[in-house]
Design a protein around this ligand. Structure first.
Ligand SMILES: C[S@@+](CC[C@H](N)C(=O)[O-])C[C@H]1O[C@@H](n2cnc3c(N)ncnc32)[C@H](O)[C@@H]1O
Length: 389
């Protein structure tokens, strides 16, 4: 799933940072405090979520911090996801038709439209309408200013074919004037399920059902929905429950699952595996790494949990062409086991699997799709209960 970013994506990310600095120059008197503002906002978005109020992005200091740190890191995360292996072999079947309708929920500073524009050059040639929904009008305003400046800079001689329509609304009450071909939401739902009591599985199930009930009427038949979240355990749990609700409603799960059976990484309990992916960040722009150092928030890796499903789509997850092989999605980094043996945890239609590295082969990495033959004699890992292949 994650490969080396192609040059046009790397360039897009670097140009985005230049454009942010040019479009939103930090006033001289604020510049020395930027690192501290980023660190304060990071705390509110992670460990101190309960102290955050709904309008946090309305405050100028936090918006400036968001634009310089969170927005570019989030665009980077999405670019890693969208670009796929080496930018050629795209794993994301995102292909809205001409004059198609897209809706981005909790759009903030238009993170997802920016990442789509950078990663899918062919989509730039397609007239699309983008409804960008958020409860914070100021974040949307900044997003539109940035999107216009960035796409004009990058596409000098061509007119912008995307119509961006900002909608200030609470996503619990959203209604689109047209059904969408594509609905996206990135880093939104963890702000909403914060109200669900930790450990209350029934309440989280209800929240997942409510989410689907709300999204479904807004989506065309065959349309796609992408929900991506930080790779934290609760996001993994929410997405696993949402996946079940989608499957029960006739949706096809396209990614990241290798099957449409029971989810073997539903999270929700202490020590339980949850579905998330981890990738290195050494390809992120140097200027972004420098801002991160300034805020003492240097990163070595980034994480994401996500689900991409299509409504009543006929395209089911393709079975392996070789009937003896089973598809496995790698959901961990390489784990050192006894002696020189190492392996990775994977999701499969047979449940959680511990795939041991093949002799002389490169270890698979988080997000890879690999195929293995299942042993006749079943052997289970004592610690995790995973089937060993
Ligand atoms: C962490 S930001 C994510 C923004 C953007 N999607 C990104 O990934 O960079 C979460 C966004 O959700 C918005 N939001 C939170 N609760 C909302 C609600 N109930 N209705 C609409 N927007 C909401 C916030 O205003 C904020 O812009």
């Amino acid at each position: 799933m994650f490969g080396v970013l192609p040059d046009y994506v790397r360039c897009g990310l670097e140009d985005l940072i230049v454009c942010i600095n040019k479009t939103f120059p930090v006033p001289k008197r604020f510049a020395p405090h930027l690192g501290a503002e980023i660190a304060a906002l990071s705390r509110l978005l992670t460990s101190a979520r309960s102290e955050r109020d709904a309008g946090y992005l309305g405050r100028a200091n936090f918006r400036s911090a968001y634009l310089r740190f969170f927005l570019p890191w989030n665009v980077f995360r999405l670019c890693k996801l969208f670009a796929g292996k080496d930018g050629e072999n795209r794993v994301f079947p995102i292909n809205p038709p001409k004059n198609g309708v897209c809706a981005d929920l909790g759009s903030g500073t238009l993170t997802t439209p920016l990442a789509l524009w950078i990663c899918f050059p062919q989509l730039r040639e397609t007239p699309l309408v983008f409804y960008c929904l958020d409860s914070c009008a100021k974040a949307l305003e900044d997003g539109i200013t940035l999107f216009n400046a960035f796409t004009t800079d990058k596409n000098k001689e061509k007119p912008l074919l995307w119509t961006i329509k900002p909608v200030k609304t609470n996503v619990f009450r959203f209604k689109l004037p047209q059904k969408a071909d594509l609905i996206t939401a990135f880093n939104l739902y963890n702000e909403l399920f914060g109200a669900v009591k930790q450990g209350d599985l029934a309440a989280m199930e209800l929240f997942a059902q409510k989410t689907k009930n709300q999204l479904s009427p807004a989506l065309k038949e065959g349309g796609g929905v992408l929900i991506a979240e930080p790779g934290i355990p609760r996001s993994g749990q929410f997405l696993s429950l949402l996946r079940t609700v989608f499957i029960n409603s006739g949706y096809s799960i396209k990614l990241p699952c290798a099957h449409d059976g029971r989810c073997p990484a539903p999270g929700g309990k202490k020590g339980a595996k949850w579905c998330h992916f981890v990738f290195p960040v050494d390809e992120a722009p140097a200027a972004l790494q420098a801002v991160s150092r300034e805020a003492s928030l240097e990163k070595e890796k980034a994480t994401v949990s996500f689900l991409y499903a299509e409504k009543n789509s006929k395209n089911k997850i393709p079975a392996s062409r070789n009937r003896n092989l089973t598809a496995l999605r790698v959901i961990s980094g390489s784990i050192r086991l006894s002696g020189a043996v190492s392996g990775v945890y994977c999701c499969s239609k047979h449940g959680l699997v511990l795939a041991l590295d093949r002799e002389n082969a490169r270890s698979p990495v988080s997000g890879d799709l690999i195929y293995r033959e299942f042993p006749q004699k079943k052997d289970y890992d004592k610690k995790s209960g995973a089937l060993i292949v």
